[in-house]
Design a protein around this ligand. Structure first.
Ligand code: ADP
Length: 400
């Protein structure tokens, strides 16, 4: 099947109370429409979008994900895009050990996917809900699942096993999986491209710093270590997640605060990280504003955040034979000069020296933010939606 310029992929990212969508042309990356349904599950559910014609809002008939997807389809129809959609790509958070690549959805593998939902109980069931809603509402369209974990299935045992009784891995799949894999795949390919070298002969450290934050070591184009683990809670400090803590903290807080484990998990997932340390916000822009005005805890939050990134990158470096580049990506990685310069200062031992002027402009043409004599650090914008659109196109045309 030949690809036409007017053919698009619908990309869906179903979260617990939100649905992000985008209509992309997989070869050029042109985006005809994108939007967000928010506060799903509440009676304030809303759907907003942006297209070439401008911004708008769709009235939803209900409050759940199914209604939001129906709203997206109605919008596609109103924008005359529905007939141009050739496939639907879904972000699915967890692929377990069964899925090391993106997957063309069939009835059989959908059942298999259901069997690993326990690995990401907050995310996978809602991702599957999106797949089922499309099967019902647009049954003629092929669907593809693109997993956050898939890219990390190349991790060696030494990196993915916890030092726990081995039976827990055998019986319950307890191991480190890693997340943000779609972003790492996209960014490593793009960085190699920008450097004019094959990704299969490239060695990168990448820090994906968004609301969720993680870092990854990529050797010859493959993930060999990463900071997130069984769940996205492990590793770096994030917007609201604590990242690594001593597990003994959990019973300690249960006892001190007279809480259940689930309450403490809620603190670690939703009230920690930048939010918990600063007491202001999970949003880096607000924290920096406060820090500039002398807010002590906002400043502390930035310091802890940056130090932890550098500490993890130092640890990840042991998995690489050389560092071709340290790449910053995600909302904070792409825009936040202060975090980048603090991280690079902590990493002087690895030969990094920030170029203040280049860092200020978020990098030169090549994304470079370091001096000529430094180990290279660069800024590369991620685009997970495009990667999902391209995988969807590849799998649906291969099988057409
Ligand atoms: P998500 O993980 O939800 O995709 P993003 O990658 O969009 O999130 O990143 C969101 C984070 O990026 C927020 O903490 C936000 O404050 C931060 N951010 C976005 N723009 C800037 C900026 N100009 N300066 C500093 N931080 C920024």
């Amino acid at each position: 099947m030949l690809f036409m310029d007017h053919e698009y992929t619908l990309v869906l990212n179903c979260g617990s109370s939100s649905l992000k969508f985008a209509v992309l042309q997989p070869h050029t990356g042109a985006c005809a429409l994108q939007g967000l349904a928010e506060r799903l599950g509440s009676n304030q559910a809303s759907l907003t979008y942006q297209s070439e014609q401008g911004k708008g809002q769709v009235q939803l008939t209900g409050h759940d994900h199914q209604s939001a997807i129906a709203g997206v389809i109605e919008l596609l129809s109103a924008q005359n895009l529905l007939d141009s959609i050739r496939g639907v790509g879904h972000r699915v958070v967890h692929g377990g050990e069964a899925f090391s690549q993106s997957l063309l959805i069939t009835d059989d593998n959908l059942k298999q996917l259901e069997t690993i939902s326990h690995l990401a109980p907050l995310h996978n069931p809602v991702n599957l809900l999106g797949i089922k809603a499309i099967s019902q509402l647009l049954p003629q369209l092929p669907q593809v699942a693109v997993f956050d974990t898939a890219f990390h299935q190349t991790l060696p045992e030494a990196a993915y096993l916890y030092a726990l009784p081995y039976e827990q891995y055998e019986q319950f799949d307890v191991r480190r999986y890693g997340f943000h894999g779609t972003s790492y795949r996209y960014v490593s390919e793009k960085a190699a491209n920008m450097l004019g070298q094959p990704v299969t002969d490239s060695h990168f450290l990448i820090a994906h710093l968004g609301n969720g934050c993680s870092a990854c070591a990529i050797r010859n184009g493959q993930s060999v270590d990463t900071s997130m683990g069984l769940t996205p809670l492990e590793g770096l400090a994030m917007g609201t997640r604590s990242g690594d803590v001593d597990p003994s903290l959990i019973p300690f807080l249960c006892e001190r605060l007279n809480l259940e484990t689930s309450d403490v998990m809620n603190i670690l997932n939703k009230q920690s990280g930048l939010q918990g340390l600063s007491g202001i916000s999970n949003d880096m822009r607000e924290i920096q504003q406060a820090a500039e005005q002398g807010h002590v805890r906002a400043n502390l939050a930035i310091e802890v955040f940056a130090f932890r990134i550098a500490r993890y990158l130092g640890a990840l470096a042991v998995s690489l034979p050389r560092i071709d580049a340290l790449v910053f990506t995600g909302g904070i990685g792409e825009n936040d000069r202060l975090t980048r310069s603090l991280v690079l200062e902590h990493l002087a031992i690895l030969g990094f020296e920030v170029d203040g002027a280049l860092n200020q402009t978020n990098g030169n043409d090549q994304g470079r933010i370091t001096t000529d004599s430094s180990t290279l650090a660069m800024v590369v914008a991620t685009n997970e939606e495009l990667m999902i659109a391209q995988d969807t196109f590849a799998l649906t045309t291969q099988n057409a």
